[in-house]
Design a protein around this ligand. Structure first.
Ligand code: PMT
Length: 400
């Protein structure tokens, strides 16, 4: 995801400096080449060796370091960086940057860069609320600096309130977003994901193997690309993606209501959820008792959300999925036409590396003009971005 990207991670002196280590781990795991700059006070909390070991790069601590200068020659970090992230960023360093003070390696390099700068403040609640700090933050925002807001919580100083560093996972998300072209800013995406549960009695239900990974990957990728995203999700074990409006549902009926209530405000609907086609005719109020050797469960058809959306698109672009076990293309083509979708993503869920629960998928993209794309096995994140590339193209076509 971040392969080929150079990120400079600035760490300043606060108790949250240790969380910079976790952020570094996430960035390097995603493939970024990370160069750490630590202020002098940051080194009071965590040693440069920790960052050096995990980044596989020398850690910069001094503005004038003859050995480092020799090693990196004239290639300055400021020029090489695709992104600067300062986490944690103290009131002191934010104050310096807001007022053009460049008196150490970090502030000098930040001021010399043309790359985007993402600041994750962490400080005492009273410092955070101090108008001097607020003014400095406001000024930096005006200059185009990006911020990951501090959150409420128990602070190291003993106070409770705003000023706690946002979690490394969310700072990571914002870093990825800062590096992702915003080609979907004008779009409002409604995405469904996960399975549905159709209750039989208070302790049993009918469901399927959907983990939600495919739909959540689309929601995450769309948000990174600037879209406003609403994710309607059946029950999954996944955390709600950062920055999306999350609507949890249980049954196909609830998913139907949630989608229909929001479709009017959506420019694109992507239906990755594995919705139950049938539900029990009646849900028993009590746990069903064990009976004879056989038991019959009567089922009734659920409304097909996608079919209904296809009947009245209201200007929205519609992307459907097809989960098949045989005759993939023939069945998918039928769904493309019958459900009147603009793009159909077909997967054979019996193929190794495709479909339910796994991290990858093998999809075919069926277009209405008969074109079929077969990108082969990809991570679900890559599949998500491929679908969104096509969504961006189709939306452009629609508008022109
Ligand atoms: O969640 P993962 O573990 O990552 O797995 C991903 C996935 C296999 C669930 C996903 O890739 C996928 O194929 N999703 C669609 C599953 C499905 O229900 O397919 P279907 O062929 O039964 O339905 C066709 C389309 O109609 C789907 O877009 C479905 O959301 C929609 N549908 C189906 C029934 C119904 N009552 N209402 C619907 O809207």
């Amino acid at each position: 995801m971040l392969h080929g990207k150079t990120i400079v991670l600035g760490v300043t002196g606060g108790i949250a400096a240790y969380k910079g280590v976790e952020l570094l781990r996430l960035l390097t795991k995603a493939g970024a080449d990370v160069h750490v700059i630590m202020t002098r006070s940051a080194q009071e909390f965590v040693t440069p060796l920790t960052f050096q070991t995990l980044s596989h790069n020398p850690v910069h601590t001094e503005l004038f370091n003859l050995i480092a200068e020799q090693e990196i020659g004239h290639i300055s970090l400021a020029d090489r960086a695709d992104l600067f992230v300062i986490a944690p960023a103290t009131a002191n360093v934010i104050g310096k940057l807001a007022n053009g003070i460049a008196d150490d390696m970090l502030t000098t390099t930040v001021m010399a860069t043309r790359a985007p700068v993402l600041l994750a403040p962490a400080m005492n609640v009273n410092m955070y609320r101090n108008p001097m700090y607020q003014e400095n933050e406001e000024r930096l925002r005006r200059y185009g600096y990006l911020f990951v807001n501090a959150v409420k919580g128990e602070l190291a100083c003993g106070w409770e309130g705003e000023g706690k560093l946002q979690s490394p996972e969310i700072i990571f998300e914002e870093a990825v977003t800062a590096l992702t072209p915003s080609d979907l800013v004008a779009e409002r995406l409604l995405i469904t994901a996960g399975p549905t549960r159709e209750e039989i009695d208070p302790v049993r239900y009918i469901s399927n193997y959907s983990s939600g990974k495919m739909g959540y990957a689309i929601a995450r990728a769309a948000r990174r690309r600037g879209a406003q995203v609403t994710l309607v999700s059946g029950p999954t074990a996944l955390p709600a993606p950062w920055g999306v409006t999350f609507v949890p549902v249980e049954s196909a009926g609830e998913m139907y209501d949630a989608v229909m209530a929001r479709v009017g405000e959506s420019s694109v609907v992507i239906k990755a959820a594995a919705v139950a086609d049938y539900r029990p005719v009646a849900r028993a109020g009590e746990k069903l008792k064990k009976q004879g050797e056989r038991i019959t469960l009567e089922l009734v058809k659920n409304r097909d959300i996608l079919t209904e959306l296809g009947r009245n698109k209201n200007g929205a672009l519609l992307v459907g999925f097809a989960a098949e076990t045989t005759e993939l293309l023939a069945n998918a083509r039928k769904k493309l036409m019958e459900k009147n979708v603009d793009l159909l993503v077909a997967n054979d869920v019996t193929e190794a590396g495709a479909g339910f629960s796994v991290e990858t998928n093998i999809v075919r993209l069926l277009h209405r003009n008969g074109r079929v794309e077969e990108p082969g096995i990809l991570s679900k994140e890559a599949v998500a971005n491929l679908i969104l590339d096509r969504v961006a193209e189709l939306r452009k076509d629609k508008e022109s």
